[in-house]
Design a protein around this ligand. Structure first.
Ligand code: GUN
Length: 288
């Protein structure tokens, strides 16, 4: 027997189009004042997934009316040469945001490179200064993926005050900043991870669940409280090679109140928030 699907989808493509309209208008307003927001995307090596990601980022900039440059270097690039490029981009007045695509080849220390980016241009929000600003609630740049998840909650008018949010995953890019953003909005937050003893006992308590592990079927229907909001950050492939998230979408859809699909959920929102951060960086320069 098939149960009727109950969960409403939060459509990341539709929300992105709406937000990108606003971004394009704000960009046009800056351009009218002679300032074109500019993003530099730096790619080292030939990771196929990274190539797809950076192409999409550059394309999104063009569609929003922003300037972008894509710098591609061979996998053999030295750390010193990459740091020299970052230094030049930090000084370039046409560049407001700098993004170094990860992963980097093994001879390069990614932390050192991220820390070399000026915090005023850190549109990925990965610099320790950005992480620290988020932690203490000061202005800075928020990492794009959890920022996009917050916008998705916003889009359904969801108030986090008094709610219990469970984040599955503790990465610096998603899990940890996600927990801080939810906390800032007055949720009670639990962070679960590979060392968590009984994941289901936590998720069953949750009003909001964010799954950010990178493994299929981490969250199944029996782990979800009826009516909960489920945000799926995962990007995996199933046995048939089809893109899927961390959540058993069909099963959880029968129980949850809201759910984000993969593809078409968090993915497009990540790039949209990169545009927002780049625009914000340029607007800060314009306000100087
Ligand atoms: N690699 C995978 N995701 C990301 C991201 O959001 N930013 C960067 N710079 N690299 C990534």
């Amino acid at each position: 027997m098939t149960l009727p699907t109950t969960a409403q989808r939060i459509d990341g493509n539709a929300l992105s189009s709406q937000l990108r309209g606003d971004i394009a208008r704000r960009t046009a307003a800056l351009r009218a004042r002679g300032l074109i927001p500019g993003l530099a995307v730096v790619l080292v090596g030939d990771n196929p997934a990274s190539h797809v990601y950076v192409r999409n980022k550059v394309k999104a900039c063009a569609e929003a009316g922003m300037h972008s440059v894509l710098e591609q270097y061979p996998a053999s690039m030295s750390q010193a040469d990459l740091l020299a490029r970052i230094d030049a981009l930090n000084r370039d007045p046409q560049i407001h945001g700098i993004l170094v695509q990860l992963p980097l080849p093994p001879q390069i220390d990614a932390n050192l490179v991220i820390e070399a980016i000026s915090p005023t241009k850190d549109v990925d929000g990965f610099h320790v200064a950005s992480a620290g600003a988020l932690m203490v609630g000061r202005p800075g740049f928020w990492p794009c993926t959890p920022y996009g998840c917050m916008k998705m909650l916003d889009s359904i008018g969801y108030s986090l005050r008094g709610k219990h949010a469970v984040v599955i995953g503790r990465s610096n890019i998603v899990g940890k900043p996600m927990a801080l953003m939810l906390l800032q909005q007055n949720a009670t937050v639990t962070v679960c991870h590979s060392g968590t003893a009984n994941l289901k006992s936590h998720t069953l308590q949750a009003d909001v669940i964010v799954a950010a592990v990178g493994k299929r079927n981490v969250l199944t229907a029996d782990m979800v409280k009826p009516g909960a909001v489920v945000i799926d950050v995962g990007m995996n492939r199933n046995d048939a090679g089809k893109l899927c998230g961390d959540v058993d979408f069909d099963g959880v859809s029968q129980v949850a109140g809201y759910i984000t699909p993969v593809p078409g959920g968090v993915g497009p929102m990540t790039i949209t928030m990169l545009l927002v951060n780049t625009l914000e960086a340029a607007e800060r320069v314009a306000a100087e």
